[in-house]
Design a protein around this ligand. Structure first.
Ligand SMILES: [Zn+2]
Length: 248
């Protein structure tokens, strides 16, 4: 088992000027060749800004993108039921990186990386996590079934994100009588969640599909589900109205 990442949320609060929070200054440049006119973002310190990446012609500065103005104030939704996630044999490091980023955004407290799921240190995770892999606690485990039992033993609820016979749409209202932590379980891109984990889950939820495909990309599905669970289990929502758990 690995120890949690060095840069936790608490660390970020203690050190607000950490590199994770300081975005590089970008600007929008445009190609001067009338037939091209490509508009593209680039760091203002980059030497390549003076040359069109498509045709090589000279460029000019069009606008600056002041992304430091993005509102990063904590929303009241960040309180409520503690959320964690179990990643069972996720094959793609790019998916894992993307899941780290969504987990950070939705205030997920821990990611259990099980089976062959790649762990931070992998360059492809860094590509899509963009620093979020240093902000969310994680641990690696060979046996996902074992860790699922352990989490159940700690009183946590396991929710599987999988389209199965009897699974419930994430848009169906649900009521949780207590504030026990919820662990969202997602499975392998092809084979899904290990049956040994699935049978331990308290609830199985799925995202309704309107097209030809039977499921979304696992990282996209995780992002949709974790934000909805965060919203629906928020203490504030329950305080305002008991009926507000419906999303119709
Ligand atoms: Zn050009």
């Amino acid at each position: 088992m690995q120890s949690p990442s060095a840069t936790s949320k608490q660390d970020r609060e203690k050190y607000p000027d950490s590199p994770v929070e300081k975005p590089p200054v970008h600007a929008i440049y445009q190609c001067l060749r009338p037939e091209c006119r490509l508009r593209f973002p680039i760091m203002v310190t980059s030497r390549q800004r003076i040359k069109c990446p498509k045709c090589g012609s000279p460029t000019r500065l069009i606008a600056t993108a002041d992304i430091s103005k993005i509102n990063i104030t904590n929303h009241p939704l960040s309180s409520g039921v503690p959320l964690e996630a179990l990643l069972d044999n996720i094959r793609s490091a790019l998916n894992v990186g993307s899941i780290f980023r969504s987990a950070d955004g939705a205030g997920v407290q821990h990611l259990y990386l099980c089976g062959v799921t790649p762990a931070p240190g992998n360059t492809q995770i860094a590509k899509t996590a963009l620093g979020a892999e240093f902000a969310v606690h994680w641990s690696s485990h060979w046996d996902g079934v074992e860790i699922a039992s352990m989490l159940k033993g700690q009183g946590k609820k396991l929710w599987a994100l999988e389209n199965t016979v009897g699974s419930q749409s994430i848009f169906e209202p649900f009521y949780e009588p207590d504030d026990r932590p919820i662990v969202l379980v997602i499975g392998n891109e092809v084979s899904g969640i290990d049956p040994g984990i699935l049978q331990q889950c308290d609830r199985t939820i799925h995202i309704p599909m309107l097209g030809a495909k039977k499921s979304l990309n696992v990282a996209i599905a995780f992002g949709v589900a974790i934000y909805l669970i965060r919203y629906l289990t928020s203490k504030q929502i329950h305080q305002f109205s008991g009926a507000d758990t419906s999303t119709s």
